[in-house]
Design a binder for this molecule. Structure first.
Ligand SMILES: *[C@@H]1O[C@H](CO)[C@@H](O)[C@H](O)[C@H]1NC(C)=O
Ligand SMILES: *[C@@H]1O[C@H](CO)[C@@H](O)[C@H](O)[C@H]1NC(C)=O
Length: 340
């Protein structure tokens, strides 16, 4: 009886033990939880990936919209604030266009008239050399939108025999000297923007020169504002930053602004030829700089004339013309001033 009872107790103990073992082993959560957790991790990663790419798309859109908004805001600012900063309202910046015997000057004039914000502030004076009738007629068709002056001295120029083929450069220098004298001494302008008949301008050409005008006037270490980046090919410029401006020691020309004070220095010794090489000479430059944009505000559409056509084909025609309007007159450009 006693043994039987002991057996029973042992049996019961064993039974309970087995039961405990069975329960612990078969319901041990590790196996089950392993599967579910790795399954969960996979799902989480997928979800995360999905979320990240969704967020990425969203961010891309946010950035795109921000850019758009900025553009619209800029344009809005410009159209809303028609009134210029006070110190710029009275500034007169005449455009002096050099023409000779190319009727394609109309391409230049069309763009000037298209983008000119105010005819009173930016009078256009076309100076014609060469007595070319067709070109004169082309210019006169614009009527009162612009003025025409004509270089009166059509006499032959004495050129050293070796330079016979460069006679064109002598004529150009004579024309420049005469026309700039007209602008500063006859019309009494205090600043002039020079454009040649083979240039077309960017939409913010006038805004650029008006915005940089105070910088030119304030800083005696500057002697010109140029619309041209000599290395401004599309692949070489930052196309996202049409607002970028720099100081340069090189005289870029091709759409540039000078003040009367500079002309007072230059006119007495103005050269007979090759004026643009001459003006780059240290004797003229005197260590001064020009302002130039990252993206050009002028582009040459080529000339079949004095200048080298090959240079146009290989270089000039690839210079990018800016397309986006930058409100320079509303920007703080004091960073361009030389800190002395
Ligand atoms: C020319 O303009 C200056 C200001 O730039 C002025 O002081 C001067 O009186 C003007 N001269 C004539 C003849 O209009
Ligand atoms: C323009 O920027 C300069 C710093 O480059 C600053 O000292 C000056 O106060 C700014 N002017 C205005 C009107 O904000």
């Amino acid at each position: 009886m006693r043994i039987k009872r002991t057996n029973l107790v042992v049996f019961l103990i064993l039974l309970v033990w087995s039961a405990v073992l069975y329960v612990t082993i078969s319901f041990k959560p590790i196996y089950h939880s392993d599967v579910s957790s790795s399954y969960n991790v996979d799902r989480q990663i997928l979800k995360l990936e999905h979320g990240i790419s969704e967020q990425f798309e969203k961010n891309k859109n946010i950035i795109k919209n921000a850019h758009k908004l900025l553009e619209i805001k800029k344009a809005g600012d410009v159209s809303k604030e028609k009134t210029l900063p006070k110190e710029l309202q009275e500034v007169k910046l005449p455009i002096l266009v050099f023409a000779c015997n190319r009727i394609t000057v109309s391409r230049c004039l069309d763009k000037l008239l298209k983008y000119r914000p105010d005819p009173d502030q930016f009078p256009i004076i076309v100076s014609q050399d060469c007595d070319h009738e067709e070109t004169r007629d082309t210019i006169l068709k614009y009527g009162s939108q612009l003025s025409l002056i004509q270089q009166p001295d059509q006499s032959d120029i004495q050129v050293p025999p070796k330079e016979k083929k460069f006679k064109g450069y002598f004529k150009i220098a004579r024309h420049y000297g005469w026309a700039l004298n007209q602008m500063f001494f006859n019309f009494n302008f205090s600043t002039v923007i020079i454009v040649e008949d083979d240039l077309e301008i960017a939409p913010d050409f006038f805004e650029y020169f008006l915005g940089t005008y105070p910088v030119l006037i304030k800083d005696p270490s500057l002697w010109c504002i140029s619309a041209w980046n000599d290395n401004g090919k599309e692949s070489l410029v930052n196309t996202e930053r049409p607002d970028l401006l720099y100081r340069t020691d090189f005289f870029p020309g091709l759409g540039w602004m000078l003040s009367k004070s500079l002309w007072m220095e230059l006119y007495t010794k103005w050269p007979r030829a090759y004026w643009d090489d001459w003006i780059r000479d240290p004797a003229q430059r005197k260590g001064r700089s020009c302002i130039r944009p990252e993206i050009s505000r002028t582009r040459t559409f080529g000339k079949a004339g004095v200048s080298n056509g090959l240079f146009f084909e290989k270089h000039l025609k690839f210079i990018k013309l800016n397309e986006e309007f930058v409100p320079f007159t509303k920007m703080n450009l004091s960073y361009l001033l030389k800190v002395s």
